[in-house]
Design a protein around this ligand. Structure first.
Ligand code: SF4
Length: 369
Protein backbone atom coordinates (compact mmCIF):
# COMPACT_ATOMS: atom_id res chain seq x y z
CA UNK A 1 0.00 0.00 0.00
CA UNK A 2 1.38 3.40 -0.96
CA UNK A 3 1.46 6.34 1.43
CA UNK A 4 -1.87 8.11 1.47
CA UNK A 5 -2.11 11.24 -0.65
CA UNK A 6 -2.47 14.22 1.68
CA UNK A 7 -5.47 16.38 1.01
CA UNK A 8 -6.99 19.36 2.76
CA UNK A 9 -9.78 18.80 5.26
CA UNK A 10 -13.42 19.31 4.39
CA UNK A 11 -16.21 19.02 6.95
CA UNK A 12 -19.62 17.68 6.02
CA UNK A 13 -21.72 18.29 9.10
CA UNK A 14 -19.62 16.63 11.81
CA UNK A 15 -17.89 14.24 9.42
CA UNK A 16 -14.34 15.04 8.35
CA UNK A 17 -13.13 14.13 4.87
CA UNK A 18 -9.46 14.28 3.89
CA UNK A 19 -6.30 15.35 5.74
CA UNK A 20 -5.64 11.77 6.79
CA UNK A 21 -9.07 11.12 8.31
CA UNK A 22 -10.41 7.57 7.97
CA UNK A 23 -11.98 6.90 4.57
CA UNK A 24 -15.63 7.97 4.77
CA UNK A 25 -18.35 5.66 3.41
CA UNK A 26 -21.24 7.38 1.64
CA UNK A 27 -24.60 6.06 0.55
CA UNK A 28 -27.41 7.40 -1.60
CA UNK A 29 -31.17 7.05 -1.29
CA UNK A 30 -33.25 5.65 -4.12
CA UNK A 31 -36.65 6.80 -2.89
CA UNK A 32 -38.60 9.70 -4.42
CA UNK A 33 -37.29 12.50 -2.20
CA UNK A 34 -40.72 14.16 -1.95
CA UNK A 35 -41.91 11.00 -0.18
CA UNK A 36 -40.52 12.18 3.12
CA UNK A 37 -41.45 9.12 5.19
CA UNK A 38 -39.87 6.71 2.69
CA UNK A 39 -36.75 8.84 2.32
CA UNK A 40 -36.28 9.25 6.08
CA UNK A 41 -36.72 5.49 6.44
CA UNK A 42 -34.07 4.76 3.84
CA UNK A 43 -31.63 7.33 5.23
CA UNK A 44 -31.96 5.63 8.62
CA UNK A 45 -31.42 2.18 7.13
CA UNK A 46 -28.33 3.40 5.29
CA UNK A 47 -27.00 4.99 8.48
CA UNK A 48 -27.57 1.80 10.44
CA UNK A 49 -25.72 -0.13 7.75
CA UNK A 50 -22.74 2.22 8.20
CA UNK A 51 -23.23 5.14 5.80
CA UNK A 52 -21.52 8.16 7.34
CA UNK A 53 -22.93 10.63 4.81
CA UNK A 54 -26.07 10.15 2.71
CA UNK A 55 -26.75 11.79 -0.65
CA UNK A 56 -30.25 12.56 -1.84
CA UNK A 57 -31.28 13.34 -5.42
CA UNK A 58 -33.12 16.65 -5.75
CA UNK A 59 -34.59 16.81 -9.24
CA UNK A 60 -37.14 19.53 -8.37
CA UNK A 61 -37.61 22.52 -6.10
CA UNK A 62 -40.36 20.55 -4.36
CA UNK A 63 -37.85 17.81 -3.55
CA UNK A 64 -35.43 20.44 -2.20
CA UNK A 65 -38.18 21.82 0.04
CA UNK A 66 -38.64 18.37 1.56
CA UNK A 67 -35.04 18.48 2.81
CA UNK A 68 -35.68 20.57 5.90
CA UNK A 69 -38.14 18.03 7.30
CA UNK A 70 -35.95 15.07 6.32
CA UNK A 71 -33.00 16.69 8.07
CA UNK A 72 -34.96 17.14 11.27
CA UNK A 73 -35.63 13.43 11.43
CA UNK A 74 -32.14 12.06 10.77
CA UNK A 75 -28.71 12.63 12.30
CA UNK A 76 -26.40 11.78 9.42
CA UNK A 77 -25.08 14.64 7.22
CA UNK A 78 -27.06 14.99 3.99
CA UNK A 79 -25.75 15.90 0.55
CA UNK A 80 -27.98 17.42 -2.13
CA UNK A 81 -27.42 15.92 -5.56
CA UNK A 82 -28.12 18.66 -8.11
CA UNK A 83 -28.10 18.69 -11.90
CA UNK A 84 -29.13 21.36 -14.41
CA UNK A 85 -30.92 23.86 -12.18
CA UNK A 86 -28.77 25.88 -9.79
CA UNK A 87 -31.87 27.29 -8.10
CA UNK A 88 -32.56 23.84 -6.65
CA UNK A 89 -29.10 23.94 -5.09
CA UNK A 90 -29.82 27.38 -3.61
CA UNK A 91 -33.07 26.05 -2.14
CA UNK A 92 -31.29 23.00 -0.71
CA UNK A 93 -28.74 25.27 0.97
CA UNK A 94 -31.58 27.34 2.42
CA UNK A 95 -33.13 24.14 3.76
CA UNK A 96 -29.93 23.39 5.69
CA UNK A 97 -28.25 20.71 3.61
CA UNK A 98 -24.69 19.81 4.71
CA UNK A 99 -23.04 19.65 1.28
CA UNK A 100 -24.04 20.08 -2.36
CA UNK A 101 -22.91 17.93 -5.27
CA UNK A 102 -22.99 19.85 -8.52
CA UNK A 103 -22.23 18.54 -12.00
CA UNK A 104 -20.14 21.02 -14.00
CA UNK A 105 -21.28 19.30 -17.20
CA UNK A 106 -24.83 20.48 -16.83
CA UNK A 107 -24.68 23.69 -14.81
CA UNK A 108 -23.57 26.98 -16.31
CA UNK A 109 -20.88 29.21 -14.79
CA UNK A 110 -23.35 31.79 -13.50
CA UNK A 111 -25.29 29.10 -11.67
CA UNK A 112 -22.13 27.52 -10.26
CA UNK A 113 -20.94 30.84 -8.90
CA UNK A 114 -24.31 31.58 -7.28
CA UNK A 115 -24.22 28.19 -5.59
CA UNK A 116 -20.60 28.64 -4.46
CA UNK A 117 -21.32 32.07 -2.98
CA UNK A 118 -24.34 30.80 -1.07
CA UNK A 119 -22.41 27.74 0.12
CA UNK A 120 -19.60 30.02 1.31
CA UNK A 121 -22.07 32.13 3.30
CA UNK A 122 -23.44 29.00 4.97
CA UNK A 123 -20.02 27.37 5.44
CA UNK A 124 -20.84 24.18 3.57
CA UNK A 125 -18.68 22.37 0.99
CA UNK A 126 -19.38 21.58 -2.64
CA UNK A 127 -18.48 18.43 -4.52
CA UNK A 128 -17.53 18.99 -8.11
CA UNK A 129 -18.94 15.72 -9.41
CA UNK A 130 -17.65 15.14 -12.93
CA UNK A 131 -19.29 12.26 -14.75
CA UNK A 132 -18.14 10.79 -18.07
CA UNK A 133 -21.75 10.65 -19.26
CA UNK A 134 -22.45 14.35 -18.80
CA UNK A 135 -19.34 16.35 -19.67
CA UNK A 136 -19.50 19.94 -20.90
CA UNK A 137 -20.18 19.94 -24.63
CA UNK A 138 -17.53 22.64 -25.13
CA UNK A 139 -14.68 20.43 -23.89
CA UNK A 140 -12.40 18.97 -26.55
CA UNK A 141 -12.47 15.19 -26.23
CA UNK A 142 -16.17 15.09 -25.54
CA UNK A 143 -16.86 13.44 -28.89
CA UNK A 144 -15.61 10.05 -27.80
CA UNK A 145 -19.07 8.56 -27.41
CA UNK A 146 -19.37 7.88 -31.12
CA UNK A 147 -15.96 6.24 -31.24
CA UNK A 148 -16.79 4.04 -28.28
CA UNK A 149 -20.15 3.11 -29.76
CA UNK A 150 -18.35 1.97 -32.89
CA UNK A 151 -16.12 -0.28 -30.79
CA UNK A 152 -12.95 1.83 -30.68
CA UNK A 153 -11.67 1.74 -27.12
CA UNK A 154 -7.92 1.85 -27.06
CA UNK A 155 -5.59 3.25 -24.43
CA UNK A 156 -5.44 6.68 -26.04
CA UNK A 157 -9.22 6.84 -26.02
CA UNK A 158 -9.30 6.09 -22.29
CA UNK A 159 -6.62 8.70 -21.60
CA UNK A 160 -8.41 11.33 -23.69
CA UNK A 161 -11.64 10.73 -21.81
CA UNK A 162 -9.81 10.78 -18.45
CA UNK A 163 -8.02 14.02 -19.42
CA UNK A 164 -11.29 15.60 -20.49
CA UNK A 165 -12.85 14.73 -17.13
CA UNK A 166 -9.83 16.16 -15.31
CA UNK A 167 -10.04 19.31 -17.42
CA UNK A 168 -13.69 19.72 -16.46
CA UNK A 169 -12.84 19.44 -12.76
CA UNK A 170 -9.83 21.77 -12.96
CA UNK A 171 -11.75 24.38 -14.92
CA UNK A 172 -14.55 24.38 -12.36
CA UNK A 173 -12.13 24.38 -9.46
CA UNK A 174 -10.32 27.42 -10.90
CA UNK A 175 -13.64 29.21 -11.34
CA UNK A 176 -14.59 28.62 -7.71
CA UNK A 177 -11.13 29.51 -6.43
CA UNK A 178 -11.31 32.85 -8.24
CA UNK A 179 -14.40 33.52 -6.12
CA UNK A 180 -12.41 32.61 -3.02
CA UNK A 181 -14.22 29.28 -2.57
CA UNK A 182 -12.01 26.36 -1.56
CA UNK A 183 -14.32 24.12 0.43
CA UNK A 184 -14.22 21.55 -2.35
CA UNK A 185 -14.36 17.78 -2.85
CA UNK A 186 -13.81 16.33 -6.33
CA UNK A 187 -15.06 13.18 -8.03
CA UNK A 188 -14.33 11.89 -11.54
CA UNK A 189 -16.60 8.94 -12.21
CA UNK A 190 -16.69 7.00 -15.47
CA UNK A 191 -18.59 3.84 -16.34
CA UNK A 192 -15.27 2.41 -17.49
CA UNK A 193 -12.95 1.24 -14.71
CA UNK A 194 -9.67 2.11 -16.44
CA UNK A 195 -10.87 5.59 -17.37
CA UNK A 196 -11.95 6.18 -13.78
CA UNK A 197 -8.56 5.07 -12.44
CA UNK A 198 -6.66 7.17 -14.99
CA UNK A 199 -8.74 10.26 -14.24
CA UNK A 200 -8.17 10.09 -10.48
CA UNK A 201 -4.48 9.29 -10.92
CA UNK A 202 -4.09 12.26 -13.25
CA UNK A 203 -5.77 14.77 -10.96
CA UNK A 204 -4.35 13.47 -7.69
CA UNK A 205 -1.20 15.63 -7.70
CA UNK A 206 -2.80 18.67 -9.32
CA UNK A 207 -5.15 19.80 -6.57
CA UNK A 208 -5.14 19.79 -2.76
CA UNK A 209 -8.79 18.81 -2.39
CA UNK A 210 -10.13 15.52 -1.06
CA UNK A 211 -11.22 12.96 -3.65
CA UNK A 212 -14.55 11.16 -3.57
CA UNK A 213 -14.09 7.82 -5.35
CA UNK A 214 -16.61 5.81 -7.32
CA UNK A 215 -17.24 4.04 -10.60
CA UNK A 216 -20.55 5.06 -12.14
CA UNK A 217 -23.18 3.14 -14.12
CA UNK A 218 -21.51 -0.14 -13.20
CA UNK A 219 -24.27 -2.32 -14.61
CA UNK A 220 -25.90 -5.44 -13.17
CA UNK A 221 -24.28 -7.56 -10.46
CA UNK A 222 -21.86 -9.26 -10.20
CA UNK A 223 -20.36 -6.95 -12.85
CA UNK A 224 -21.23 -3.87 -10.77
CA UNK A 225 -19.57 -5.33 -7.70
CA UNK A 226 -16.46 -6.31 -9.62
CA UNK A 227 -16.09 -2.95 -11.36
CA UNK A 228 -16.59 -1.00 -8.13
CA UNK A 229 -14.18 -3.16 -6.17
CA UNK A 230 -11.46 -2.95 -8.81
CA UNK A 231 -11.86 0.76 -9.53
CA UNK A 232 -12.14 1.98 -5.95
CA UNK A 233 -9.74 -0.66 -4.62
CA UNK A 234 -7.00 0.09 -7.14
CA UNK A 235 -7.08 3.78 -6.26
CA UNK A 236 -7.19 3.28 -2.49
CA UNK A 237 -4.26 0.85 -2.76
CA UNK A 238 -2.29 3.70 -4.34
CA UNK A 239 -3.16 5.99 -1.44
CA UNK A 240 -5.67 7.96 -3.53
CA UNK A 241 -9.13 8.71 -2.16
CA UNK A 242 -10.75 10.15 0.96
CA UNK A 243 -14.36 9.06 0.69
CA UNK A 244 -16.10 6.37 -1.35
CA UNK A 245 -19.52 5.55 -2.70
CA UNK A 246 -20.24 2.25 -4.38
CA UNK A 247 -22.94 2.50 -7.09
CA UNK A 248 -25.03 -0.63 -7.68
CA UNK A 249 -28.43 -1.35 -9.15
CA UNK A 250 -30.83 -2.56 -6.47
CA UNK A 251 -30.90 -2.34 -2.69
CA UNK A 252 -28.70 0.61 -1.59
CA UNK A 253 -27.72 -1.22 1.61
CA UNK A 254 -25.66 -3.59 -0.55
CA UNK A 255 -23.56 -0.59 -1.62
CA UNK A 256 -22.62 0.09 1.99
CA UNK A 257 -21.76 -3.55 2.64
CA UNK A 258 -19.52 -3.62 -0.40
CA UNK A 259 -17.89 -0.29 0.48
CA UNK A 260 -16.86 -1.69 3.87
CA UNK A 261 -15.78 -4.91 2.21
CA UNK A 262 -13.40 -2.94 -0.01
CA UNK A 263 -12.02 -1.02 2.97
CA UNK A 264 -11.62 -4.21 5.02
CA UNK A 265 -9.84 -5.96 2.17
CA UNK A 266 -7.28 -3.16 2.10
CA UNK A 267 -6.96 -2.97 5.89
CA UNK A 268 -8.51 0.48 5.85
CA UNK A 269 -11.34 -0.50 8.19
CA UNK A 270 -10.59 -2.61 11.22
CA UNK A 271 -13.60 -2.53 13.48
CA UNK A 272 -15.07 -5.91 12.63
CA UNK A 273 -13.83 -9.50 12.54
CA UNK A 274 -12.26 -10.59 9.27
CA UNK A 275 -13.09 -14.12 8.17
CA UNK A 276 -10.49 -16.07 6.22
CA UNK A 277 -11.76 -19.30 4.69
CA UNK A 278 -10.36 -21.55 2.02
CA UNK A 279 -12.42 -22.21 -1.12
CA UNK A 280 -12.34 -25.99 -0.36
CA UNK A 281 -11.30 -28.62 -2.86
CA UNK A 282 -11.19 -32.41 -3.15
CA UNK A 283 -9.02 -32.62 -0.03
CA UNK A 284 -11.63 -31.12 2.27
CA UNK A 285 -13.53 -33.76 4.26
CA UNK A 286 -15.82 -31.58 6.37
CA UNK A 287 -18.79 -29.41 5.38
CA UNK A 288 -16.70 -26.26 5.48
CA UNK A 289 -19.17 -24.15 3.56
CA UNK A 290 -21.89 -24.61 6.18
CA UNK A 291 -19.45 -23.94 9.01
CA UNK A 292 -18.31 -20.69 7.34
CA UNK A 293 -21.89 -19.59 6.65
CA UNK A 294 -22.93 -20.14 10.26
CA UNK A 295 -19.93 -18.29 11.64
CA UNK A 296 -20.33 -15.43 9.17
CA UNK A 297 -23.94 -14.91 10.20
CA UNK A 298 -23.15 -15.16 13.90
CA UNK A 299 -20.33 -12.58 13.84
CA UNK A 300 -22.17 -9.96 11.80
CA UNK A 301 -22.89 -7.76 14.80
CA UNK A 302 -19.49 -8.14 16.51
CA UNK A 303 -17.45 -4.94 16.42
CA UNK A 304 -14.05 -6.29 17.43
CA UNK A 305 -11.16 -6.44 14.95
CA UNK A 306 -10.39 -10.17 15.08
CA UNK A 307 -8.90 -12.41 12.43
CA UNK A 308 -10.71 -15.74 12.18
CA UNK A 309 -9.46 -18.53 9.91
CA UNK A 310 -11.52 -21.56 8.91
CA UNK A 311 -9.54 -23.88 6.68
CA UNK A 312 -10.40 -27.15 4.97
CA UNK A 313 -7.30 -29.33 5.43
CA UNK A 314 -3.71 -29.63 6.57
CA UNK A 315 -2.22 -28.11 3.37
CA UNK A 316 -2.74 -24.42 4.15
CA UNK A 317 -4.89 -24.88 7.23
CA UNK A 318 -2.31 -24.82 10.04
CA UNK A 319 -0.42 -21.90 8.47
CA UNK A 320 -3.47 -19.66 8.12
CA UNK A 321 -5.02 -20.75 11.44
CA UNK A 322 -1.74 -20.01 13.22
CA UNK A 323 -1.62 -16.46 11.88
CA UNK A 324 -5.21 -15.73 12.96
CA UNK A 325 -6.49 -14.72 16.40
CA UNK A 326 -8.62 -17.82 16.34
CA UNK A 327 -8.45 -20.49 13.67
CA UNK A 328 -9.38 -24.02 12.83
CA UNK A 329 -7.57 -26.35 10.45
CA UNK A 330 -9.90 -29.19 9.56
CA UNK A 331 -8.85 -32.79 9.13
CA UNK A 332 -10.76 -36.00 8.42
CA UNK A 333 -11.42 -36.36 12.14
CA UNK A 334 -12.58 -32.81 12.88
CA UNK A 335 -10.50 -29.70 13.46
CA UNK A 336 -7.33 -28.53 15.16
CA UNK A 337 -8.05 -25.35 17.06
CA UNK A 338 -5.47 -22.53 17.11
CA UNK A 339 -5.59 -19.49 19.35
CA UNK A 340 -3.11 -16.62 18.93
CA UNK A 341 -0.72 -18.87 17.05
CA UNK A 342 -0.85 -21.92 19.34
CA UNK A 343 -2.71 -25.22 19.17
CA UNK A 344 -5.22 -25.29 22.03
CA UNK A 345 -7.23 -28.41 21.25
CA UNK A 346 -9.02 -30.74 18.88
CA UNK A 347 -12.69 -30.36 18.01
CA UNK A 348 -15.14 -32.83 16.51
CA UNK A 349 -16.75 -31.59 13.28
CA UNK A 350 -20.19 -31.30 14.90
CA UNK A 351 -18.77 -28.97 17.58
CA UNK A 352 -16.66 -26.69 15.38
CA UNK A 353 -19.23 -23.86 15.08
CA UNK A 354 -20.09 -23.91 18.79
CA UNK A 355 -16.45 -23.95 19.95
CA UNK A 356 -15.36 -21.27 17.48
CA UNK A 357 -18.20 -18.97 18.53
CA UNK A 358 -17.39 -19.43 22.22
CA UNK A 359 -13.76 -18.54 21.54
CA UNK A 360 -14.68 -15.56 19.35
CA UNK A 361 -16.98 -14.18 22.05
CA UNK A 362 -14.28 -14.70 24.66
CA UNK A 363 -11.70 -12.84 22.56
CA UNK A 364 -14.18 -10.10 21.80
CA UNK A 365 -14.94 -9.62 25.52
CA UNK A 366 -11.22 -9.65 26.38
CA UNK A 367 -10.45 -6.96 23.85
CA UNK A 368 -13.24 -4.75 25.25
CA UNK A 369 -11.76 -4.93 28.78
FE1 SF4 B 1 -8.15 -27.54 -0.48
FE2 SF4 B 1 -6.94 -27.74 1.85
FE3 SF4 B 1 -6.46 -25.61 0.32
FE4 SF4 B 1 -8.80 -25.87 1.50
S1 SF4 B 1 -6.81 -25.62 2.52
S2 SF4 B 1 -8.46 -25.33 -0.63
S3 SF4 B 1 -9.11 -28.03 1.46
S4 SF4 B 1 -5.94 -27.71 -0.11
Amino acid sequence: MKIRRLSQEVEVGKVKIGAGAAIVVQGMTKTATEDIAATVGQVRELTQAGAQIVRIALPTIRAARALCQIKQEVEVPLVADIHFNYRIALEAIEQGVDKVRINPGNMGERGLLSVANRAKDKGIPLRIGVNSGSLEKSLPGNNLGERRASGIKDKSHLQIMADTMVQSALRTTALLEEEGFRDIVISLKAADVLTTILAYETISDKIPYPLHLGVTATGPCPQGIIKSAIGIGALLAQGIGDTIRVSLIGNPLEEIKLAYGILESLDLFKEKPVLIACPTCGRCEVDLESIVEEIQLAIEKIRTPLMIAIMGCEVNGPGEAKQADIGIACTRKGGVLFKKGRIVGKVAEKDIVKVLLEEIEKLSRESEN
